[in-house]
Design a protein around this ligand. Sequence first.
Ligand code: PNW
Length: 446
Amino acid sequence: PPEPEPVLGLHFPDGFGWGAATSAYQIEGAAKHDGRGTSIWDTFSHTPGRTRGGDNGDVAADHYHRYLSDLDLMQELGLRTYRFSISWPRIQADGRGTPNQRGLDFYRRLVDGLHERGITPMATLYHWDLPQSLQDVGGWESRDVAHRFADYADAVFRGLGAEVATWLTINEPKTVVQNGYLQGHHAPGRQDPAAAYLVAHHLQLAHGLAVQAFRGSGEPGRIGPALNLHPCYPADDSAAAEAATRLYDGYENRLYLDSILKGRYPADVLADLGPDSRMVRGIRDGDLAIISAPVDLLAVQYYTPIYVTNDGGSVRRWPTSQAEWQQIYPAGMYDILTRVTRDYGDVPLTITENGLPTPDRPDADGTIDDTGRISFLRDHLAAAHRAITDGVPLESFHVWSLLDNFEWNEGYDQRWGLIYVDYATQERILKRSGHWYRQVIAANVI
Ligand code: PNW
């Protein structure tokens, strides 16, 4: 049997929310079932050359049909909280109109199954699967799509509101901006900087409108944004690198944090975009008041630091994972958590994603020995623990991901799960990291 993992002896607060996360398009499959419409990720992944090996989410981990046994696996892990996302095109096939009851029913069954197992549901309203019909009328470049999102959110609150403890609005608006509209390797596959920041504004507006709809619905529960934050450090000690780092941080972090939590966009970013930019021209009176509608919590996703050079570029300082954009730097977890609390006050925090891909394969005896994931998670949890000790109100931590899944343009090549998925048979195998996480949860200690 493998050596037991070393225990650091760091105890987490009583009731700490140990969790794992997924998203709809990445795990559900069942792309044409029960009235689901087409999303921009169906279109993108079925366009030749867009994803590795032409992979798509038509079947994925087939969670739509296997959710009951997946719930049992969550219970076996001892999860206290499970973060999943709701597929907009399952609720509104064309992004508007009467909600599809069969779509709502799936999430109702899922949430009921969580409650039966003592697991607290955390639901993300938008994890990148925009109904294609809304892309056809401009997508997030269209201000009206922010209003369509609020209508969709309202339908979900009315359908499931009483059952979901915590709502998250939009997953990683920055990734939509950067990967979807600047680099173009995510749907909708654009490379258009002018459009990108108008999209950022409309995503922020959509977030605020959904928060307002939630308050208006009168449902219990809490709501907040889900932001991936990248701590930015100067690559050298020159004044130029320091100045470039500050602006870089504006685009990576403050654009999203300041607008939601301070009711203003960062002046340096607005100046850099310029008064004639599509974004700045797209901001209307009252928008920032909507965007900064008070939230109940802030969800932070941490994967990597960024080292900024004096010319505003970036360099690598630490080893990367199988994801070439990810440098492994656990102290960044401490830095980003303490910085958010220092700069934005005592808003409750949750980590909604942290993890890494590893090239997992079953050994001859069928076990999956992902020790790299165990050290990664332990080191990041130790950094989170240090932040809690220093006063950060961190209430929960969700590993990305519960299951191996469709990693967007990387297809099925990158495996991020605590649970291995054999896509040929849909068999699930708890990885060594899953066994480790179960012990951590049971003992409340790393
Ligand atoms: C997140 N980056 O995406 C997403 O929320 C998940 O759906 C995804 O599977 C997971 O992280 C792993 O990639 C990110 O370039 C994509 O820094 C890119 C970055 C960060 C997060």
